[in-house]
Design a protein around this ligand. Structure first.
Ligand code: SAH
Length: 403
């Protein structure tokens, strides 16, 4: 209890040890630890680089285009099926440009088969997850951009193990291609019997493992490949959401990219006093600076920004914080932002609870009353530890992956 009678739970990790740096502050890892690089794959390369690579392998450049079509349009990685390519050298071409990147270790399903969580092993044994979700009218894939995460937020399971390494652009893209392959094979539930449409992933959220803006170059190459209509997945940029903990310089860089992706900021607290403790990277870039950067994104792209806010009982769900959040958003204008509160999902060792329904409603009501569109986000996959903040490699995952 504080003296004013408002309960304030502190975001200190209990039940597990938060990693600390030499000065005793939560450890932040920006640089990827050095490990063997994943094999270079077509999706790591620009169309011109692909042509050069095909020539390197002793084949005319246009073979690269054919290969891209097999991979992006038909999800084919099997040389046997690529009958439009000369038999001679086909295997070498495929091995050289479409090396296997993700090995499926496990699949967990829930929501009557509408939600699937995948555990993938990368070439060096690092493990990552992605979550595939069918909604009415769309199919969303939540992708990972790093194995682990260096941002160390105490309420998110992914950060507890630190950063293993950055994922390559192709490792990011391959999550989508593999999901498309699985959808095409009819393995995602929920399709209506009378629906004969060819289906594929329509929306991507960078809300799996990792901080996408800490792996900037590779994430951008992956996004460019996702939206490339001729030699990529041909997705709409608006359907791709990049979610960040708030690396302000990288947000400003993203603003300059001219890619109208949807931008989401994981704010979680409107005051630096609390955000410093909830989001260790707030020690570098404060609430006002990240909100200015987010507003800049809106100004340049015209795309409305999402503010994510995990509602944690008595920690950040106070009515005064809803009002302060409204003040900070309205200071920067009207109509540029909407707020997406997410009741906290449980993570291993976590001692906090999601806000009670009444507190959630009150929080939402106050923001809506101030004219800020606010909707609680439906989180999927809690039963399979596949919801926001729950993606973490467990000992069981390691065991499974070793067999
Ligand atoms: N690093 C990126 C993306 C990964 S997390 C980011 O921070 O935005 C995706 C979203 O899930 C973020 O908004 C994150 O703050 C939120 N999240 C993390 N742990 C959570 C938990 N235990 N319950 C609910 N949401 C959580």
């Amino acid at each position: 209890m504080t003296t004013s009678g408002i309960r304030q739970v502190k975001p200190k990790a209990e039940g597990w040890q938060q990693r600390k740096d030499e000065s005793g502050r939560p450890l932040l890892q920006f640089a990827s630890p050095k490990r063997g690089k994943p094999p270079v794959h077509l999706a790591d390369l620009t169309p011109d680089e692909r042509i050069a690579k095909a020539k390197e392998l002793g084949l005319p450049g246009f073979r690269a285009k054919q290969l891209a079509k097999h991979y992006f349009d038909h999800y084919t990685r099997d040389p046997e099926k690529m009958t439009d390519l000369p038999k001679d050298g086909r295997e070498e071409l495929v091995a050289g440009m479409l090396p296997n990147l993700l090995t499926e270790v496990r699949r967990l399903q829930t929501d009557g088969g509408d939600t699937i969580k995948f555990l993938w092993r990368l070439h060096d044994g690092a493990l990552v997850e992605s979550v595939l979700m069918r909604y009415p009218g769309r199919i969303t894939l939540c992708v990972s951009s790093q194995a682990g995460c260096g941002m160390n937020c105490p309420f998110c399971a992914t950060g507890q193990n630190g950063l293993t390494r950055n994922m390559s652009a192709a490792e990011i893209v391959d999550q989508v291609v593999r999901a498309n392959e699985i959808i095409a094979a009819g393995e995602l539930g929920g399709k209506r019997d009378d629906d004969n449409s060819a289906e594929r992933v329509s929306n991507i959220v960078f809300m799996g493992m990792g901080e996408p803006l800490a792996n900037y170059k590779r994430v951008m190459q992956a996004v460019r490949t996702m939206v490339d209509k001729k030699q990529g997945l041909g997705m709409s940029a608006r359907g791709i959401t990049i979610s960040t903990v708030g690396l302000a310089p990288a947000i400003r860089k993203l603003t300059d990219e001219d890619l109208p992706v949807t931008f989401a900021l994981s704010l979680h607290a409107p005051d630096d006093e609390l955000r410093d403790e909830m989001i260790p990277v707030n020690s570098r870039w404060k609430v006002d600076e990240v909100l200015d950067a987010a507003r800049g994104y809106y100004e340049r792209t015209g795309r409305r920004v999402s503010i994510e806010y995990a509602l944690i009982k008595d920690m950040n769900d106070h009515p005064w914080r809803a009002e302060l959040l409204a003040d900070k958003l309205l200071e920067r204008g009207h109509g540029w932002v909407h707020v997406n509160p997410i009741p906290l999902n449980p993570t291993p060792g976590s001692v906090w609870d999601a806000s009670p329904i009444a507190a959630q409603r009150e929080f939402v009501r106050r923001l809506n009353d101030r004219g800020i569109p606010t909707t609680i986000r439906d989180t999927r996959g809690k039963e399979i530890d596949g919801a926001c903040g729950q993606l973490v490699v467990t000992e069981e995952d390691e065991r499974l992956s070793a067999v």
